[in-house]
Ligand binder design. Structure first.
Ligand SMILES: Nc1ncnc2c1ncn2[C@@H]1O[C@H](COP(=O)(O)OP(=O)(O)OP(=O)(O)O)[C@@H](O)[C@H]1O
Length: 775
């Protein structure tokens, strides 16, 4: 019995170990991760032992069966030598007699020795792989009734199909993990589908890119004008545009981009008619929604229309108040006395308007009193409606009337600190499951009287729709934000569109109160906002300094500033270097590496671990890069590495890094270290919603492509006490004079202004993909 190779070049030269599976030790369904032990029969590796533990991403294998495993040895400190499997193959009998014995075994009910002989006689020694590729050939076997043939095929597929498919997929260069994912979608149709139309991978397998499918198609000599190639390209372009913040693509733009993508180096060119025809087809199949001259991915189409409908629903309602203007004046007077404050005219107006509006937007730059107004609204509402603002006064089944939320954990924390009331992230409020389900929706709406959303500029169209799906019509909502900050990372520019539509009551606070306390940072922010900032504005003050530096001096300058601050006892979490780009000579990666060298250098008593090109060390400041709700950490959270464990020091037998995020510890097995990076320097985009005592901001010419007013404004407004800008004054001034021309394609403003909203043709619940699936 030796291995039957289904494919001639399945890697005879590759290192392998062949053996009988003696025991499955472990299997994790969601990760498709298995550990098993085998009795070794043969190997081309330098290994003389009789048994071996193998591990990798494969489904449970059958005990007693023989397999050939391709992979590599790993020396596990605790468990010794193990084999990490990259690919495997069940060993089938190769001789005719062996095959007959196998097919007539108990495994295949109703196939006796005679039938097995006939199968091999007619289909040859490659019978198994031939049948798996095309079940119809079983009809060539005489005296094999269809029913029996079907049953035989099903059993064969169950036992051989999966592995057969996995081997085939590995030949396309897919790893076991991706192959599993593909198999889960197409099951036994996998190979047929990929061979006929690899672009189905783009449609059906989450995250599968167009270019990869295109490569497979090329290997299969598929025509460059194959209809699904055109459709997949269109879908790909829409997904790409969504990552750039667009909610839709104008048809013409989409056609242009698809044309560029598809016609590179191909003759004859795919015509405009062919492209249009396939877009119509995509629309019919509901992979896209075409609305006039706009093309949407379905989830964004529903989000934009849904959000717009919710806005209109809220605006149709009146606020049910019985209090008079005199009542309001009285309670505001009481609050002013208690808080020793005298509200400015626009602040008073904001409080009054919010109390009378179902839905209102409050905007304003730093220090204009947005938080002061939020507190004023809550206090006035409580006094006028005779409700308590102490959560402890409410029984567990009695909802607290005020719901305070923000898009990020840090912004929510700041809200709690400034108002003294509980605040959470929007995701948590809505009971997000970490994928695409939200516990709260129109069938299970939020409970409370007043919803206040801070940092609303960071909320994308998709989250905005999810939030308002859960807002009942009798709730009052206040959206708070600063329109001059960067738009949301996700698609849309919801706050800007709402303001531009002029359909919602809004109040803009302009008078700066914190400036009165002598803050140059706030003054600078407002000068940038009002386009009045000049070189003269950049003079040194007690909380601000612009240190000129050439590009080649920058890294050294920044590391020395950080070092001095740390030596003075300033905590790392209070100090943040912010930069716009990752990969230049003075980019985020380089700055992180250099600062680490100075602040947390290699030390024999400090453990470290290297993952890809990064060395993480105990004491390093790190940032979480993805949402990990199961561990309570989210994209943008900053923490510190507090421990590094070796394989032999923990029950999981893998190297681990422990990061502490404000009192909460999260353990990362080595393979998950791509979820974090150093955070001595972070991107300005990631800093949205956070504040730091000290901000150090490098601004140099090589960042030019990124330097924009809203980006620099966002960076500057992150600093609370001290702002140090290092670099080139001219680059800075040019940056703040450059407005973002990368306009986002959204239709929200116009839709809000239209009297009726386009009704989706199918229910929102039918959505399958969310924009986050592509990000
Ligand atoms: N009417 C007022 N009279 C006196 N001080 C005020 C007034 N309004 C606000 N302030 C003070 O100005 C400072 C900034 O106010 P607040 O924190 O409410 O502004 P903000 O817009 O929320 O600022 P940021 O966006 O920077 O957090 C606070 O110290 C606050 O107490």
């Amino acid at each position: 019995m030796i291995q039957q190779s289904f494919f001639s070049e399945s890697g005879e030269d590759r290192p392998y170990v062949k053996g009988e599976l003696s025991r499955m030790i472990f299997h994790n369904d969601s990760e498709h991760f298995s550990i098993a032990s085998i009795k070794v029969q043969e190997t081309n590796e330098d290994f003389k032992e009789k048994s071996l533990v193998i591990k990798g991403h494969f489904s449970p294998l059958e005990e007693g069966e023989t397999y050939i495993f391709f992979g590599q040895f790993q020396n596990h400190k605790k468990f010794g030598l193990q084999y990490e499997v990259e690919m495997y193959n069940r060993v089938l009998p190769e001789t005719k007699d062996g095959l007959i014995m196998y097919l007539s075994s108990d495994l295949f009910h109703g196939i006796g020795k005679k039938t097995a002989e006939r199968i091999i006689d007619h289909l040859g020694e490659q019978a198994i792989s031939r049948i798996l590729e095309n079940r119809e050939i079983l009809s060539e076997v005489p005296r094999l009734p269809k029913e029996k043939a079907d049953q035989f095929y099903e059993t064969l597929k169950e036992h051989q199909g999966f592995e057969h498919i996995m081997i085939h997929l590995s030949q396309y260069g897919f790893g076991l993990k991706l192959s599993q994912k593909i198999y889960e979608v197409f099951k036994d149709q996998t190979l047929a589908i990929i061979e006929e139309d690899p672009y189905q991978l783009v449609f059906k397998v989450e995250g599968f890119g167009f270019h990869r499918a295109d490569e497979i198609a090329r290997m299969q000599n598929l025509n460059h004008d194959h209809p699904t190639r055109i459709r997949a390209a269109c879908l790909y372009m829409l997904q790409k545009s969504m990552s750039a913040g667009h909610v839709y693509l104008p048809t013409e733009e989409c056609l242009k981009q698809v044309d560029q993508l598809l016609n590179q180096g191909f003759e004859p060119e795919i015509t405009f008619e062919q492209l249009s025809e396939q877009i119509i087809h995509l629309g019919e199949e509901r992979y896209v929604y075409v609305e006039e001259d706009r093309i949407y991915l379905p989830s964004l189409y529903f989000a934009e229309n849904g959000f717009c409908r919710h806005m209109k629903r809220m605006l149709e309602e009146e606020v049910d108040t019985e209090h008079t203007q005199a009542d309001l004046m009285k309670v505001i007077g009481e609050i002013e006395e208690e808080e020793s404050i005298s509200y400015g005219e626009d602040q008073f107006h904001a409080i009054e308007k919010a109390l009378h509006s179902k839905l209102m937007i409050l905007t304003g730059g730093p220090g204009t009193g947005k938080t002061t107004v939020i507190k004023g609204i809550i206090q006035s509402y409580a006094l006028l409606n005779d409700v308590s603002i102490d959560p402890d006064d409410y029984k567990s089944d009695e909802p607290f009337p005020f719901i305070l939320v923000a898009p990020t954990g840090r912004a929510a924390k700041r809200m709690t600190e400034s108002t003294g009331l509980p605040a959470s992230t929007i995701h948590r409020l809505l009971g997000w499951d970490g994928h695409d389900q939200f516990e709260r929706n129109q069938n299970n709406p939020l409970e409370g009287k007043v919803l206040i959303v801070d940092e609303f500029s960071m909320v994308d169209i998709w989250l905005a729709n999810q939030l308002f799906r859960a807002v009942p019509s009798d709730m009052q909502v206040l959206l708070v934000g600063d329109e001059d900050q960067l738009p949301s990372v996700g698609p849309g520019q919801v706050l800007a569109d709402l303001l531009a539509s002029s359909q919602l009551p809004s109040v803009k606070l302009t008078e700066v109160y914190r400036q009165k306390e002598g803050s140059k940072i706030i003054q600078l922010a407002h000068e940038i906002k009002n386009n009045t900032c000049t070189r003269q504005s950049l003079v040194k003050e007690h909380d601000f300094n612009f240190i000129p530096a050439h590009e080649h001096q920058l890294t050294e300058l920044i590391t020395s500033i950080v070092k001095k601050a740390v030596d003075k006892g300033i905590e790392l979490k209070e100090l943040q270097v912010l930069a716009p780009m990752y990969r230049t000579d003075v980019g985020i990666h380089k700055l992180n590496a250099e600062i680490q060298k100075v602040i947390n250098p290699k030390h024999k008593q400090k453990r470290d671990i290297t993952f890809k090109e990064t060395t993480f060390r105990k004491g390093d400041k790190v940032i979480q890069l993805v949402n990990q709700p199961e561990d309570g950490v989210y994209n943008g959270d900053i923490g510190e590495i507090v421990a590094i464990f070796r394989e032999e020091e923990n029950v999981d037998g893998v190297e681990q890094v422990v990061v502490e995020y404000e009192g909460k510890e999260v353990v990362y097995p080595k393979k998950d270290l791509s979820n974090i990076m150093h955070a001595y320097c972070t991107s300005i985009h990631k800093s949205q919603g956070s504040e730091f005592s000290i901000v150090i901001l490098p601004v140099v010419r090589s960042y030019r492509r990124m330097l924009r007013k809203n980006l620099l404004y966002t960076a500057i407004t992150r600093s609370k006490q001290s702002l140090i800008i290092c670099g080139d004054r001219n680059a800075f001034i040019e940056g703040i004079q450059t407005t973002d021309t990368n306009l986002r394609y959204t239709r929200l403003k116009e839709k809000l202004q239209e009297e009726t909203t386009h009704e989706p043709e199918i229910e929102e619940e039918e959505e399958e993909l969310s924009p986050y699936d592509f990000m």
